[in-house]
Ligand binder design. Structure first.
Ligand SMILES: Nc1ncnc2c1ncn2[C@@H]1O[C@H](COP(=O)(O)OP(=O)(O)O)[C@@H](O)[C@H]1O
Ligand SMILES: [Mg+2]
Length: 264
């Protein structure tokens, strides 16, 4: 059982896309998966086809009320994948958390009984290092950092890694940097390639072998309320996300018993 936070304080780097598609790929191999939408923008919720009017109780209540997680999860259209949605009031939680007791541990406590129900809990973090991300990293066993292959990619990464180190030192000693996932990779773009090489040189084994290519199907899928893995399973984006899921399962020792697709 792993709780994986997908975090990067930069916006638009592929956190939500990666969370949704990893969750779908893991559910596809019979893992029980819960996705927690921690971003007040609720992109993971809409990306899974759960729109505004259906979004009542969710992560806000998980953090700031006594309602148990089991009353907040909803079944998505994908078998094996449940979701806790982000409603707009989650934006206020960032401020409200400041004055509650054990403010860094709210999510951790809320998920104490959830571990036995799921194989993976994936948390889609907001683009900031505030209390919502802090709660996610304190609750998590692992963190995956989606990194867009662009010139400014490394800017801010050291701040994120320092935050992770501080959390390991003070709040969650077992937090593990699972890996860095390179996203929106475009092999025809020399700069993109250079950034990918630099990141690999710096972070070596921490960087997943699989790179997620820039792919129009990936960007179209959310407007249809579905992961690209459902929208177009044969697209290069889908294949890449399946490969990434396989790497994760392999690192986790769970790959031996399952076969997603043979795309080699
Ligand atoms: N591999 C990809 N190819 C093309 N577009 C992508 C890809 N990954 C993400 N996008 C698009 O880039 C934008 C930002 O991605 P998103 O996952 O929402 O980032 P974040 O959650 O980090 O803000 C979205 O419009 C998304 O559809
Ligand atoms: Mg997002």
């Amino acid at each position: 059982m792993k709780i994986i936070a997908l975090a990067n304080q930069k916006g638009g780097v592929g956190k939500t896309t990666t969370t949704i598609n990893l969750a779908t790929a893991l559910a596809a191999v019979q893992k029980k998966v819960l996705l927690i939408d921690m971003d007040p923008q609720g992109n993971a919720s809409t990306g899974l086809g759960i729109y505004g009017r259906e979004r009542k109780k969710g992560t806000y209540d998980l953090l700031l009320s006594d309602i148990g997680f089991e009353r907040l999860t909803i079944q998505t259209k994908i078998p094996g994948l449940e979701l806790i949605i982000a409603s707009p009031d989650l934006a206020g939680a960032e401020v409200e958390l400041v004055s509650v007791s054990e403010r860094e541990f709210r999510l951790h406590r809320a998920l104490e009984n959830a571990c036995s129900k799921y194989d993976y809990i994936l948390i889609d973090c907001p683009p900031s290092l505030g209390f919502l991300t802090l709660n996610s990293l304190v609750a998590a066993s692992d963190v995956i950092v989606p990194l867009q292959c662009e010139f400014y990619a490394l800017e801010g990464l050291s701040q994120l890694l320092n935050t992770i180190k501080r959390i390991q030192a003070r709040l969650n000693p077992s937090l593990n940097l699972f890996g860095i996932a390179l996203t929106m990779y475009d092999k025809r773009n020399a700069l993109c390639d250079q950034v990918a090489q630099d990141v690999r040189q710096h972070f070596q084994d921490y960087v997943f072998e699989t790179m997620i290519p820039r792919n129009v199907k990936v960007s179209e899928a959310p407007s249809h309320g579905m992961p690209v893995l459902i929208y177009d399973v044969k697209s290069i984006g889908s294949l890449a996300y399946m490969r990434l899921a396989r790497e994760i399962l392999k690192k986790d020792g769970g790959w031996k018993n399952v076969a997603i697709v043979n795309d080699e």
